[in-house]
Design a protein around this ligand. Structure first.
Ligand SMILES: Nc1nc2c(ncn2[C@@H]2O[C@H](COP(=O)(O)OP(=O)(O)OP(=O)(O)O)[C@@H](O)[C@H]2O)c(=O)[nH]1
Ligand SMILES: [Mg+2]
Length: 598
């Protein structure tokens, strides 16, 4: 097992046993470098722990720790968030700066050979702090394609520390890097000003790097086209439209041809037998739920083993697989930062810069990583706006799967209506927050990585990591949520909730009081809450209102916890207040519109 799992309280990883002796790992190594230079790819290679690695700056925003065993020695290896400078400008850089200041036995300075100049600035800042170090000169394959050659021996001479050329995605040079770890040493750079550092960097680059002329390739042309104001929008619309279609087709295909048949043909007979063995009583009510004609209804029975497992595995998991498969591909190709450039003008009107598009897209998978990814935004104001917008108007894949599964079964028009209202709320709330919150949004300074052909192995590992995270996080909440609903039902709490909130639901939203329970249960899991709405036999229009309100009100418990961690108590409360107000307003207006239309 890796340290990152066994030591979630980062930094207390001294409890990880070393390979042979059973003693804790005492040595500490840091992987330090600019964003998107391959630190996490190298981390995965060195520790065998899979860290998320994507082709855009800011993938790692908190740090990850793993164990690196080499020969008789055992080290704790820290994947430090990418930073351009240790004079931090955002939270990810603050974390990086703090970790470097805490010190370590050695730092592995990961430099991108295609952008040596910019990378060396940070390297010198680290070296000025007298940390023993060595260099992993990464992406040398990419540099070769670009006609850039860096002489590692000359760089070693110039810096005074070991330099090893690496290609983190293939593992080239990684063994040599490990072999040379003991040679890591402090360099002789004295603390200097920014200007002096740039001058030193210029001198080093001149002596170690050669650039040869090369012709424009189709990749260069595609890169230019995808940020062009006109062509870029066309490419963006095609990519986004195509992605959504692909997710839907893949998700539906998996449900129809894999997961549904599995539940119907394998799981149902087992449940039937269990039902007969248990006979009527509380145990059967909790495990299988309500029976219809003596049979389990996977969507409506609400037993732990019936609806609980079905919702998670047959309704949500297929879309999780499809969504993360497609998103990971877009990430690794390097398309997302281009989307950030295209969206910058629009997002600036909402007080956030274009880069917020990446957390937002991640939020469409699960709000939790989406909110964590807002750490790359510079100001607190931007982060508050981005987090609130994600929680209010960006439905996670689990909820979307249920929306498409239930509302989509009636008409895709209703699904489009819910998405339309969410999009409009996202835009209007963003505008509103931009107006009322003091401060300004910094300009977009985002580095556009080159397009890269993703490695199927890396993609597969990333998908497996994300699906595992989903299962670990969702399973206890889904099953526990269903148990809680059943217990609350048994003690009459749901009826009480319906009575208290009934008038508000009836008058403002046009919903029966019984819808209050499911919507409040959204605090646990929104997919389960959506499942609870189904047995109420709402009219399609009521279901649209209920779905919209459920999407926009309280975040689920996991999102709430990260919001609290990222924004602090006061801002989380403000954000939740906005969520409830926006949800009631949107639901109320939809209801009024439906009444007007008759
Ligand atoms: N061609 C090539 N691609 C690489 C190499 N190393 C990493 N990559 C790719 O570069 C992208 C960035 O890698 P990451 O490991 O996410 O970089 P990082 O430094 O952890 O980035 P942040 O977490 O954003 O700071 C990914 O798409 C990797 O697959 C390399 O040596 N050659
Ligand atoms: Mg990373």
């Amino acid at each position: 097992m890796s340290c990152s799992r066994s030591c979630p309280r980062r930094g207390s990883c001294a409890t990880c046993p070393s390979p042979s002796s059973g003693e804790p790992c005492r040595g500490k190594l840091l992987l330090v470098g600019n964003p998107n230079v391959g630190k996490s790819a190298l981390f995965s290679r060195l520790t065998g722990t899979h860290a998320l690695s994507s082709n855009y700056p800011g993938t790692t925003v908190g740090f990850l720790e793993g164990r690196l065993a080499h020969g008789e020695r055992c080290y704790r290896l820290v994947d430090v968030p990418g930073a351009y400078t240790l004079e931090a400008t955002n939270e990810a850089e603050e974390i990086a700066s703090r970790i470097v200041d805490e010190g370590a036995d050695a730092a592995i300075l990961v430099l991108d050979a295609t952008a040596l100049e910019r990378n060396l600035v940070l390297a010198l800042e680290v070296l000025e702090r007298k940390l023993p170090a060595l260099v992993a000169l990464n992406m040398v394959d990419e540099a070769r394609h670009k006609g850039i050659s860096v002489d590692p021996a000359a760089l070693e001479e110039a810096l005074g520390i070991p330099v090893v050329s690496t290609v983190a995605v293939t593992g080239q040079g990684v063994k040599e890097l490990l072999d040379r770890l003991p040679e890591a040493r402090p360099a002789r750079f004295a603390p200097s000003s920014k200007e002096e550092r740039w001058v030193a960097v210029g001198r080093i680059v001149e002596s170690v790097q050669k650039v040869t002329h090369r012709h424009h390739t189709w990749r260069d042309r595609l890169e230019d086209a995808s940020v062009d104001p006109l062509w870029g929008i066309l490419v963006g619309a095609l990519v986004l439209g195509g992605s959504f279609l692909l997710v839907r087709t893949l998700g539906e295909g998996l449900i129809d041809h894999v997961f549904d048949p599995l539940f119907e043909n394998l799981w149902r007979p087992l449940l039937d037998r269990l039902g007969t063995a248990l006979g009527p009583g509380t145990a059967r009510d909790l495990l299988l739920g309500t029976l219809f004609d003596g049979q389990v209804d996977f969507e409506q029975s609400f037993g732990i083993l019936s609806t609980g497992l079905y919702v998670e595995f047959a309704m949500v998991l297929p879309y999780i697989l499809a969504f993360y498969g497609v998103l990971s591909l877009l990430e690794d190709v390097g398309y997302l930062p281009r989307l950030a450039v295209l969206f910058d003008a629009l997002l600036h009107r909402m007080g956030i810069h274009g880069y917020a598009v990446i957390p937002t897209l991640l939020g469409l998978g699960c709000n939790v990583p989406g909110i964590l990814a807002t750490r790359v935004l510079e100001s607190r104001r931007e982060r508050f706006i981005a987090c609130t917008l994600i929680s209010v108007a960006v439905p996670c894949t689990a909820l979307q799967a249920m929306i498409v599964g239930s509302l989509g079964a009636i008409s895709m028009g209703y699904v489009a209506l819910v998405y339309g209202v969410l999009l409009l709320s996202w835009l209007l709330l963003g505008r509103f927050l931009h107006r009322i919150l003091p401060g300004f949004s910094p300009e977009l300074i985002v580095e556009i990585p080159p397009y890269r052909l993703p490695s199927p192995r890396a993609l597969g590992m990333k998908l497996a990591l994300r699906v595992k995270d989903f299962l670990v996080e969702a399973t206890p909440l889904v099953l526990g949520g269903i148990l809680l609903v059943d217990l609350l039902e048994m003690v009459g709490a749901m009826t009480l909730l319906a009575r208290i909130l009934g008038p508000l639901f009836r008058w403002v939203l046009g919903l029966p009081g019984e819808a209050a329970g499911p919507i409040v249960m959204g605090l646990f899991r929104k997919d389960i809450a959506m499942g609870l709405l189904l047995p109420l036999h709402l009219s399609p229009r009521q279901l649209v209102v209920a779905t919209t309100v459920l999407s926009m009100t309280f975040p689920c418990i996991a999102t709430f916890v990260v919001l609290l961690k990222e924004l602090g108590g006061r801002d989380t409360l403000r954000s939740m207040g906005l969520m409830i107000a926006a949800a009631l307003l949107a639901g109320g207006l939809l209801n009024a519109l439906f009444l007007l239309l008759g």
